[in-house]
Design a binder for this molecule. Structure first.
Ligand code: AMP
Ligand code: ZN
Length: 113
């Protein structure tokens, strides 16, 4: 998708600090980390938000979810972590390419703001 910053990251047109990558997904460190570990996990395919996920995406989404545990382990999150997906305006999603925030290495708060 043209003018999508995370498509550009997935296509290596914009540099990032990669934590994990395969043919389907990429995990890279957030530019403005909200925890000692803060990576974004994206499908390489452009999907605008969680609200746009359809049954065409089942394989990629299943793959992404199944990889979370490996990525968390690689980042040393053996004590737990939080996976967050901001969706749409009320969810305060700012980048319109589906991404999951993987946050760890600190105690999280609940409820979120
Ligand atoms: P959200 O508010 O859920 O859409 O989250 C977007 C996230 O993308 C924010 O945490 C930003 O800090 C992060 N972000 C934006 N641009 C980049 C970039 N070029 N590299 C890494 N993280 C980014
Ligand atoms: Zn995109």
């Amino acid at each position: 998708m043209e003018n999508c910053i995370f498509c550009k990251i997935a296509n290596k047109e914009i540099p990032c600090s990669i934590a994990y990558e395969d043919d389907v997904i990429m995990a890279f460190h957030d530019l403005q980390p909200q925890a000692p570990v803060h990576v974004l996990i994206i499908p390489k395919e452009h999907i605008a938000s969680l609200d746009e996920v359809s049954f065409d995406h089942v394989e990629a989404m299943g793959w992404l979810m199944a990889k979370v545990t490996d990525i968390a382990a690689q980042l040393g999150l053996e004590n737990g972590y939080r996976l967050v997906c901001n969706c749409g305006e009320d969810g305060m999603q700012t980048v319109k390419h589906l991404h999951f925030h993987l946050l760890g290495k600190r105690k999280m708060l609940w409820p979120p703001g």
